[in-house]
Design a protein around this ligand. Structure first.
Ligand SMILES: NC(=O)c1ccc[n+]([C@@H]2O[C@H](COP(=O)([O-])OP(=O)(O)OC[C@H]3O[C@@H](n4cnc5c(N)ncnc54)[C@H](O)[C@@H]3O)[C@@H](O)[C@H]2O)c1
Length: 440
């Protein structure tokens, strides 16, 4: 691993499988920020600051001034979709951003047209589209994606690429033998094995080409031993799964607080209404199971039930997602939390979050693109656990429990950046109260 990387030269190509609501909101957002039409609110790298050194030093630069990340002007955008709408039309269809803003960006957005997707209706039952690649087997489809990336790289004069999966949630697949080694996986590609979903083909093509890969959806994709091994072999950073937005963001803010105060929880009921295409896809039981598994993992890990059995052993956690078209991308979620306190006396908390799904997800796409590019430049390969902050179901090394607590995730993220830049790590000990030499 390298420290104090040089500022990056040249262009960074951001390639997005899936040019739907999240991806188009991300691209239009970056273009709007570039033109100073809006602020990149919600982006850790653009708006966030980081404390450095002792508190008495009062150093708190913006993250983007502290670490040499790619500049927004140096980003080029591309992607794949099963529909052939250009990004302007897709953004209008998604209905997230005002048409007035989109019209101000129309030329740039219309110039981005999706490349033909690797797609199979079997893995996303609610969708079908015309812009799909044909190939004799799944390996041939992977090769076609590698060619797409190379063509994009040369046409746009990119020095580096990253790929962020923003496509629909695929049906639930469990880890199987074909996922366990690179050899088995490559044979599986040649045999078009049914347990190799399209998202895994994109992930394989990226990782084999040394292109950092992040997975914004809950499907397994790169979270299988074969692709983790390939990432180590090709020196490629990978991260996933499932952007942490909306209800799960709230959960990972509230749950650590309850645990910190040793308050017990009997039950946590979470329900949502959502009317965008993502909601329609999640209406299919196979895709819903993938999402449910991702969302359910959060509380068990934060409450560490095996170590805190008196407080959380009988926790009942239920999640519902209901497709309700009138709401479009403006999701509404309700949480009912049955908690108990001193001597076991019960209390309740209700959270009603009227959020905008893609508005919360778009800045995460930007942060991941810039931070994965940084990881590649400082030669951090394989699973990027320090990026867990951005995910609902963080990918972790085998045998390790993923970290879900947002505040521990933030500490790890910030300390990793300090480490990369050769700054001292911050422990929040505050020894200056008790010792002559202030340390922290
Ligand atoms: N918006 C959020 O807050 C949020 C949070 C976490 C995760 N996600 C996940 O992010 C993903 C994108 O969400 P969205 O709201 O943009 O959904 P969307 O339905 O608007 O966009 C997904 C796009 O992917 C395309 N697609 C599907 N399979 C594809 C394939 N194999 N190759 C290329 N394109 C493909 C679809 O045609 C569609 O245009 C979903 O999986 C969603 O679950 C979203």
């Amino acid at each position: 691993m390298k420290h104090n990387p040089e500022p990056p030269n040249g262009k960074l190509g951001v390639l997005l499988p899936g040019l739907g609501a999240v991806a188009t909101t991300f691209i239009a957002g970056v273009l709007a920020v570039r033109k100073q039409l809006a602020e990149p609110v919600g982006s850790f790298t653009q708006m966030g600051t980081i404390r450095l050194g002792k508190r008495t030093e009062h150093r708190r630069p913006l993250i983007r001034d502290f670490v040499p990340l790619a500049d927004l002007d140096a980003l080029a955008f591309g992607g794949w979709d099963i529909y052939d709408d250009n990004v302007y039309d897709a953004a209008v269809n998604a209905g997230v951003l005002d048409t007035q803003l989109l019209d101000a960006l129309r030329d740039e957005l219309s110039a981005i047209s999706p490349m033909a997707a690797v797609f199979d209706h079997e893995y996303v039952k609610r969708l079908d589209g015309p812009n799909v690649k044909k190939g004799k087997d799944k390996m041939a489809l992977a090769e076609a994606l590698v060619d797409d990336m190379e063509r994009f790289r040369s046409e746009h004069g990119c020095d580096r690429l990253v790929m962020i999966w923003c496509a629909s949630t695929e049906t639930f697949i469990e880890e199987q033998d074909v996922h366990l080694s690179i050899d088995a996986f490559e044979q599986g590609l040649r045999d078009s094995h049914p347990a190799i979903a399209p998202s895994m083909i994109y992930a394989y093509a990226a990782i084999r080409s040394g292109v950092p890969f992040a997975n914004g959806a809950p499907n397994l994709s790169a979270d299988i031993p074969a692709l983790v091994e390939l990432a180590k072999r090709t020196g490629t950073p990978i991260a996933g799964k499932d952007f942490k937005t909306g209800q799960t963001l709230m959960k990972t803010i509230v749950a650590p607080g309850l645990k910190a105060r040793s308050l017990g929880v009997h039950g946590w009921f979470s329900t949502n209404i959502l009317g965008n295409r993502d909601g329609e896809v999640l209406d299919d039981p196979g895709s819903f199971k993938t999402k449910e598994t991702s969302k359910l993992s959060v509380l068990g890990s934060i409450f560490e039930q095996d170590f805190n059995s008196k407080l959380y052993a009988d926790l009942y956690h239920k999640i519902r997602i209901n497709y309700y078209p009138p709401r479009g991308d403006n999701k509404e979620s309700w949480d009912n939390i049955d908690i108990f306190g001193w001597l076991g006396y019960p209390m309740q908390i209700k959270i009603n979050f009227l959020c905008r799904d893609s508005i919360l997800a778009a800045p995460i796409v930007l942060d991941l693109a810039l931070l994965l590019d940084l990881a590649r430049r400082v030669e951090m390969s394989g699973i990027q656990e320090w990026l867990s902050f951005f995910f609902k179901s963080p990918q972790a090394q085998e045998g390790l429990r993923p970290q879900h607590d947002l505040f521990q995730q933030l500490m790890k993220l910030e300390n990793t950046l300090r480490f990369v830049q050769g700054e001292s790590l911050i422990t929040h000990l505050g020894l200056d109260y008790y010792e002559d030499t202030p340390e922290d």
